[in-house]
Design a protein around this ligand. Structure first.
Ligand code: NAI
Length: 452
């Protein structure tokens, strides 16, 4: 499952040969290590409006070195461009050109982050054009960056302020090594719902934002699910891991590693929801975080598809989630500020040859998440989807070697992601910092060309 080309190319001689031949030169990504500083170099805040001023003032309180204009020749950890006040496309020129100069100073693994208001909430066509324009510009910057740097955006929804906790929580995630494989993406963030004042818990200790919470992860015996369990545990949660009885031994090992409990359960059984709720209620009292990760593929061109392949994929990947959610939402065991995070896939966004059944199920996850999020409006609960692109797991190890090599290089970061990249995004969405994110799909795909 290791990407040997990535390992080789980060040595001096192969790097020089690759450069002269114009071959891809994927960088080793800056990933999170506990206790790390958010930035080793100054952060630049570009923008002349009150939003940029407010954000710069807020970031100073994080003990970071903040610049309003870059000094010649210095290195920057990040350039944050605050464009919350644009009213026409011509307003983009000055800040974007300043950003262009700042990008030259960006450290390896640096970050470009744009903050702007939702185009759909504009006062008219010119403002909508300006706001939508930022989307295009930031996506393009993401494609231009090298050395493991990324560009993403935060879309301020429903009058969310630039310096409010939800927005700052998303900003912290995007600045950190936790978002290493999130690239060319936009996080729509709204103000925290009124009800959250009563029902929502904040993050407390930043090193253990999920302390005291109970999380349940399906399909956790291996791959992405096992890594999600590990990261939720690192962040302080009690973790219940679920998988089919046939994976019982592996599951027990994961449960031991995370100091949690194992529940052998096929999620397609009709009473799966009741059984997992009973398990959580007996051991921990409440369910705070539910991660629907279990998933299967049974690939065939539609012309060769049979009912067994179609039905099994749809049953595991979406029908079971619908059934379990029904039980969970009807139960008092599910916390008032509970989080549901569901694994979708870029195949569910863009479609994929040979995956009509899988794409139907994963697009179905996105539809389910959107509809359920409407039910959560005005409460402190949220539901979101994470759509991984190419992630190095046993699932993708089955892809023929040449296709696998090509698939890895088809993203702006020119490599596949690791299970931990997906797990970090799941953990962020499960945290109090993500209280303003509901009904969204976050791609963890290195800005893969598929479905871009
Ligand atoms: P994996 O195949 O390595 O692990 C999936 C786990 O789910 C296995 O432990 C399996 O036993 C379990 N599972 C399957 N059916 C189950 C059932 N009926 N009840 C309980 N557990 C069941 O898969 P991987 O790669 O870790 O993927 C995890 C999730 O991420 C899946 O939903 C997958 O569709 C999604 N995904 C993965 C991508 C990748 O590149 N690996 C890309 C996009 C999405």
């Amino acid at each position: 499952m290791a990407d040997t080309y990535l390992e080789l190319i980060n040595n001096p001689l192969p790097a020089r040969i690759a450069k002269s031949l114009g071959l891809p030169r994927p960088a080793v990504l800056r990933r999170h290590t506990p206790g790390e500083a958010l930035a080793d170099h100054p952060l630049l805040v570009v923008g002349s409006g009150p939003g940029a001023d407010a954000l710069a003032a807020e970031l100073l309180a994080w003990d970071l070195e903040i610049r309003r204009h870059a000094l010649p020749g210095e290195t920057l950890s990040a350039a944050i461009v605050v464009l919350d006040d644009v009213s026409a496309p011509m307003d983009l020129a000055a800040p974007m050109l300043e950003l262009g100069q700042a990008v030259r100073l960006l450290a390896a693994g640096g970050r470009v982050i744009g903050l702007f208001r939702a185009p759909g909430e504009s006062t008219g066509p010119a403002q909508a054009a300006a706001r939508q324009g930022i989307d295009g510009a930031i996506r393009s910057v993401a494609r231009e960056l090298r050395r493991g740097a990324t560009a993403n955006g935060i879309i301020l929804q429903r009058s969310a302020r630039v310096d409010e906790p939800n927005v700052l929580g998303a900003l912290r995630f995007l600045l950190s090594g936790k978002s290493a494989y999130v690239d060319g993406q936009f996080l729509p963030v709204g103000p925290a719902p009124i009800a959250s004042a009563a029902g929502s818990r904040g993050d407390g200790d930043p090193g253990r934002p999920l302390a005291g919470r109970t999380a349940l992860v399906t399909g956790a015996a291996r791959g992405i699910g096992a890594e999600i369990a590990a990261v939720l545990h690192r962040d302080g949660a009690h973790v219940v891991v679920v998988d089919v009885p046939a994976a019982g031994e592996q599951l027990a090992r994961v449960a031991n590693r995370v100091g949690g409990t194992a529940l052998q359960l096929d999620i397609t059984t009709p009473d799966a929801g009741a059984r997992l709720l009973a398990h959580v209620a007996a051991r921990y009292g409440a369910l705070d975080i539910l991660v629907h990760n279990a998933g299967i593929t049974r690939d065939k061109l539609l012309a060769n598809m049979d009912a067994a392949r179609w039905d099994s994929v749809v049953n595991v990947n979406i029908t079971s989630q619908l059934r379990i959610n029904e039980a969970v939402l009807a139960s008092e065991v599910f916390a008032p500020d509970g989080r549901i995070v569901s694994l979708a896939s870029t195949s569910g966004i863009a479609g994929n040859r040979g995956q009509s059944n899988y794409a139907a199920s994963k697009a179905g996850v996105i539809g389910m998440v959107r509809a359920t999020s409407v039910e959560f409006e005005g409460t402190a609960r949220t539901i979101n989807a994470v759509a991984p692109g190419f992630i190095e797991t046993e699932m993708t190890a089955k892809i023929p070697p040449l296709t696998r090599q090509v698939a890895r290089r088809l993203s702006s970061l020119q490599q596949g992601g690791l299970p931990v990249d997906v797990a970090e995004t799941v953990a962020f969405l499960a945290s109090g910092s993500a209280a303003g994110i509901n009904g969204q799909v976050v791609r963890v795909c290195g800005q893969n060309l598929v479905g871009a």
